[in-house]
Design a protein around this ligand. Structure first.
Ligand code: NOJ
Length: 530
């Protein structure tokens, strides 16, 4: 039975609450540590709900907290229906959901259906069973190529570097698109489907409001597992969206999403968003057909360089792909990519541009996904070699540093590590000593801080009728600039990525990302007008 919700009645009633929601991604390891082991946990998140309410978010996305040997920090799941002791237990999870709902914040959780951990009971059974056995059939085991089978069954690289196949003692090979500790499941096996259905119901019955689906364009594999065309970057990019890549976006994946949707339709008011690294607009749109996922993660803003034309094109494609089918989703950063302050140039310029882009993103119709720490303006961290933990580092022969730099624990208060994140300074990734100025405490009362900008912008987004409507109208603008208007409510957003101040479109300034230059919009600044 689904637990009754602690959300306030007006909020609980809204079944399509996610249509324009602001989600906040909690990278659980790095958000808040309640037990002093240097790793964030569920009770830690619960202790910071007041902050999240103050920030003004509608829902959380929690990265995997399930039982896991942590070869990929939780994306290698050994039991998807239990909490890893590192993060707490099921009682801690129930407390978190209840308290989040008390704060009118919904809770969505990550699902990892493409693969399991190699410590999952199924994989252990597969290893203990002979080739051709039913135990092996839940994964993708094949004979190797070459006269003695010593070559992998095909030429696919793993996303984390090296081949996507590992050989076991009896000579067969198994497929892992990610690390060898993450064997890919065989989605043609009925038990694999049944198991995901059970996992969906398990968390829905505990009161979750939705799911983020990991590698939602993976799972289904092409018949015969054909070789792929290899080109520079195909083995080392963590996430790719190449239309000719046979590893992803295979037709069979849609049937899996229809199964997921069917289950979710039995739980009104819940939603699922897929991680879909698919660039082609039409193919992307297929994932959000009415009987598939409610939302698709869109990475176009993440991939756009900081210039008005690229950003405008990202916005137009994102809206165009899903027009009339689903709301668009917007993401500037997540736990897999370099934080956007750093992408935009780091230092003062990076911060200024990140402020401008926050206003661009928050002016757009649809669903926002914020990544923990972006509201504090955190940059990526250059970690020393000894601290690196992402499997990419070792798998790439120490040529790719991986994703640890965007996963450093959040600084909450005080002037020295662990900045209130934990009681130990021995945090799972070290925090830079100079992060005192980035703490939530330092920014909360400072009207010029990144945190204050996010709070103010989120407040307007939630309460101001100027944000109504799904469509945009674009104005003519000087080179390096753009301006759009929300057709329904009339909000205007202008961005200047050029080197000189430009005239403003007509209207009253509601909020700007930095000081205005008289009645002109200065470089690296965005403004909202009504
Ligand atoms: C995508 C996740 O976001 C990433 O962190 C993870 O490593 C891979 N999927 C594999 O599960």
């Amino acid at each position: 039975m689904r637990r009754s919700s602690d959300l306030s009645p007006e909020i609980a009633e809204e079944s399509a609450w996610w249509l324009d929601a602001v989600f906040y991604q909690v990278y659980v390891r790095s958000f808040a540590d309640s037990n002093g082991d240097g790793v964030g946990d569920l009770d830690g998140i619960r202790s910071r709900l007041g902050y999240l309410e103050l920030l003004g978010v509608d829902a959380l996305w929690l990265t995997p907290f399930y039982r896991s040997p942590m070869a990929d920090h939780g994306y290698d799941v050994s039991d998807p229906r239990d909490v890893d002791p590192l993060f707490g237990d099921l009682a801690a999870f129930d407390r978190l959901v209840a308290d989040a709902h008390e704060h009118n914040i919904r809770v969505t959780v990550d699902l990892v259906p493409n693969h399991t951990s190699n410590q999952h009971i199924w994989f252990q059974q597969a290893l203990a069973s002979p080739p051709g056995s039913p135990e092996r059939a839940r994964y993708i085991f094949r004979e190797g190529r070459g006269y003695d089978g010593s070559q992998p069954p095909n030429n696919w690289p793993s996303i984390f570097g090296g081949p996507a196949w590992t050989r076991v003692a009896d000579g067969q090979w198994y497929l892992h698109l990610f690390a060898p500790q993450q064997p890919d499941l065989n989605w043609e096996h009925p038990e694999v489907r049944q198991d995901l259905e059970q996992t969906l119901r398990f968390w829905l019955d505990r009161g979750v409001d939705g799911f983020r689906i990991d590698v939602a364009h993976g799972m289904a594999k092409p018949d015969g597992l054909p070789d792929m065309e290899l080109h520079p970057g195909s083995s080392s990019a963590v996430l790719v969206d190449d239309a000719d890549d046979p590893r992803f976006d295979n037709e069979g994946v849609h049937d899996i999403h229809r199964m997921i949707r069917k289950v979710m339709d039995g739980y009104p008011g819940t939603m699922a968003v897929g991680e879909i690294w698919v660039k082609d607009d039409q193919r992307f749109a297929q994932y959000v057909r009415p009987d598939e996922l409610h939302l698709g993660f869109n990475f176009r803003l993440v991939e756009a360089s900081y210039d008005a034309d690229s950003i405008r094109s990202a916005i137009e494609h994102s809206l165009g792909a899903v027009a009339g089918i689903a709301p668009a989703t917007w993401t500037l950063s997540n736990h897999d990519v370099v934080r956007h302050v750093t992408r935009y140039g780091d230092g003062a310029a990076g911060v200024q541009r990140a402020r401008a882009m926050a206003l661009v993103e928050l002016a757009l119709p649809g669903v926002i996904y914020l990544y923990n720490g972006e509201e504090l303006g955190l940059p990526n961290v250059e970690l020393p070699d000894w601290a690196l933990q992402d499997p990419t580092w070792e798998r790439s022969g120490r040529t790719e540093r991986g994703r640890d730099g965007c996963r450093v624990p959040i600084p909450w208060e005080g002037g020295t590590p662990p900045f209130g994140f934990s009681t130990t300074a021995n945090t799972w990734l070290p925090q830079p000593n100079e992060w005192g100025g980035f703490t939530a405490e330092a920014q909360l009362e400072d009207p010029g801080s990144m945190l204050s900008l996010y709070r103010e912008a989120l407040e307007h987004r939630k309460t101001n009728p100027a944000f109504a409507g799904d469509e945009l109208e674009w104005y003519g603008a000087p080179p390096g600039c753009f301006a759009f208007r929300r057709k329904g409510g009339g909000l205007i957003c202008a961005l200047n990525t050029s080197g000189a101040s430009v005239p403003l479109p007509p209207g009253q300034v509601l909020l700007s990302s930095g000081p205005m230059d008289g009645d002109q919009l200065p470089p690296d600044t965005a403004v909202w007008l009504v």
